[in-house]
Design a protein around this ligand. Structure first.
Ligand code: IMP
Ligand code: MG
Length: 177
């Protein structure tokens, strides 16, 4: 185990089972529909690559990268680092992210997709931290719910490190204090 990890929260095997379950559910829910899976870089990468292996219906994929600045007020500014390349009008979109915490970033992203006249928009996330929620939002496809701890691994970073860990673990407090 990595020395920065206090404890493993979601094991590699559990993540595999999560992706099998969510992939099967998505395949059933979107059968006969034009599906576009949009990953939020960079945290989505390991989760999305495992998840799409278990999606058995035709699908397209694309990626988006944004930075979200939360000011002292409600006004959030989402800055695009990379936009998707596809025209998603009339398509059924699933946004894939690593974790939903406050819900602010994903709310902005979902609003962007709504202005693009998608047929439907849902979210698939590996982790949900509902205790951190500031904006009321319940994702449809959730891997697992976790307590309010800072986690790393399987795409999740601390200062861009640890995204490569094959599991999700709690970061030791001494690393960020
Ligand atoms: P929020 O829902 O707008 O607060 O933003 C969620 C984003 O914050 C995620 O996509 C992560 O990049 C980051 N994040 C939230 N909680 C954690 C964590 O525990 N570890 C690593 N990144 C996190
Ligand atoms: Mg992120």
């Amino acid at each position: 185990m990595n020395e920065a990890v206090k404890e493993v929260l979601v094991s590699e095997n559990e993540i595999k089972e999560i992706c099998q379950r969510l992939g099967a559910q998505i395949s059933q829910d979107y059968a006969g529909k034009e599906l576009v899976v949009v990953g939020m870089l960079k945290g989505c990468a390991p989760f999305m690559m495992e998840l799409i292996k278990h999606i058995t219906i035709p699908m397209r994929m694309d990626f988006m990268q944004i930075t979200s600045y939360h000011g002292g007020t409600e006004s959030n500014t989402v800055v695009f680092k990379k936009d998707i390349e596809m025209n998603v009008a009339g398509k059924h979109v699933i946004v894939v992210d690593d974790i939903i915490d406050t819900g602010k970033t994903i709310t902005e992203v979902l609003n962007i997709f709504k202005t693009r006249k998608v047929a439907s928009i849902e979210l698939a996330c590996l982790l949900d931290k509902p205790e951190g929620r500031v904006v009321d939002y319940t994702p449809k496809y959730v891997g697992t719910i976790i307590p309010k701890a800072f986690v790393i691994g399987y795409g999740l970073d601390f200062d861009e490190l640890y995204r490569n860990l094959p599991f999700v673990g709690v970061l030791k407090e001494e690393y960020y204090q």
